[in-house]
Design a protein around this ligand. Structure first.
Ligand code: PMV
Length: 359
């Protein structure tokens, strides 16, 4: 079994007190993950762009201790964040079999997000991957034989156990997570950098995130994934996602941005179709979301500029477009789309290379 590779056999704790910091970005799925099996195993493969400006930076202070059990405190923007601690406790329990030193230290986790708290942007992908990377850094300090590829594979593996989409954050700019017959080394346990041919038009691809609704998520990911268990269209959806990924392989190679736009939008709408037709059902788009989607499609057909949208499980819109001609699209966004955002808010981002260590 692949996961046995991530169990440390000859554990000996040689570290004294110290501190490590990692910055890990958020990512946006083009082919979505929605539906999973036990152990955070995805029902279909997904593919994402790793972002740059939306990131979490986490500093992990560690100090040896002799008592058993986990001992950690979480601080968000300098304030103790008690409400995050149960989630981290669950995460520690899931990853403990792979990190035998977790009980050997008292940890202080200090974290901040580059994007505002109430922006409606999920911080689980960036947040859990940043913590996983800090923990892997400790493993590497104790086990100097850890290679760079093992480091990132296991970081993604651990991130996945916190939040599925977090498995796609440590590396970039394009990551695949989940087994797909046409993508070598793709697997359900960790994300891999997409190594197939990618047209240069996708370099530094822009993602402007329009903040339509900045409140709490209406459907938690846990509930959303579980709704796929008895969903009448689940099997068809999982097949569709695998087929969309096959189509994406060819689009990434040819750089046909109109095919890209069509595919990415159909994927986003299919994700929402699953929520619209689950039991209970959820309408996560707001009237302003729909207005924005329509304006993007009209702009594309009128100007022949290949701008498109994608959505997460919420009302916010990610506007995707190539670097060439980005100023024109940004002008359109500012003038015609931001009036539909909450307080006119939006975040400018682009694809990036993944996590980095902060010294
Ligand atoms: O990582 P989770 O369990 O929060 O699921 C995320 C699911 C989507 O964001 C809706 C899609 C995706 O692939 O990122």
């Amino acid at each position: 079994m692949l996961h046995h590779r991530f169990i440390v056999c000859n554990h000996s704790n040689t570290l004294s007190s110290g501190s490590v910091s990692w910055q890990s970005p958020s990512n946006i799925a083009l082919v979505k993950y929605w539906g999973k099996y036990d152990g955070q195993i995805p029902a279909n493969a997904s593919l994402s762009f790793t972002l740059t400006n939306c990131f979490t930076q986490t500093t992990l202070d560690f100090e040896p201790k002799s008592s058993s059990g986990f001992d950690f405190k979480v601080f968000l923007d300098g304030e103790r964040a008690h409400s995050f601690e149960p989630k981290i406790e669950v995460f520690f329990n899931r990853i403990a079999p792979y990190l035998p030193f977790l009980e050997d230290f008292k940890f202080t986790i200090r974290t901040f997000n580059s994007f505002p708290h109430s922006s409606g942007i999920a911080s689980s992908a960036s947040g859990l991957s940043a913590l996983a990377l800090c923990l892997m850094d400790l493993e590497q300090q104790m086990q100097p034989a850890v290679t760079e590829s093992y480091f990132f594979e296991k970081s993604s593996f651990l991130s996945r156990l916190g939040s599925g989409s977090a498995a796609r954050s440590p590396e970039g700019p394009i990551v695949v997570w989940g087994e797909h017959p046409e993508i070598e080394d793709s697997n359900n346990l960790f994300g891999i950098r997409y190594r197939g041919p990618v047209h240069e038009v996708f370099s530094q691809y822009r993602d402007t995130v329009l903040l339509v609704d900045t409140g709490q998520k209406e459907v938690s990911s846990t509930l959303g994934h579980s709704l796929m268990k008895d969903h009448p269209f689940a099997e068809q959806r999982f097949k569709q996602a695998q087929n969309h990924l096959s189509e994406m392989i060819s689009v990434l190679e040819t750089g046909d941005l109109f095919r890209f736009a069509d595919l990415v939008e159909r994927e986003a709408l299919s994700l929402h179709a699953m929520m619209l037709t689950s039991s209970p059902s959820f309408i996560l788009m707001k009237p302003n979301t729909l207005e924005i989607l329509e304006r993007i499609r009209n702009f594309r057909s009128e100007t022949q500029i290949p701008v498109c949208f994608t959505l997460d499980a919420g009302a916010n819109v990610h506007v995707l477009y190539p670097k060439a001609g980005a100023e024109t699209v940004l002008g359109f966004i500012k003038k015609k789309l931001t009036p539909f955002c909450k307080n006119g808010k939006f975040i400018e981002d682009e694809t990036g290379e993944g996590a980095k260590k902060i010294s």
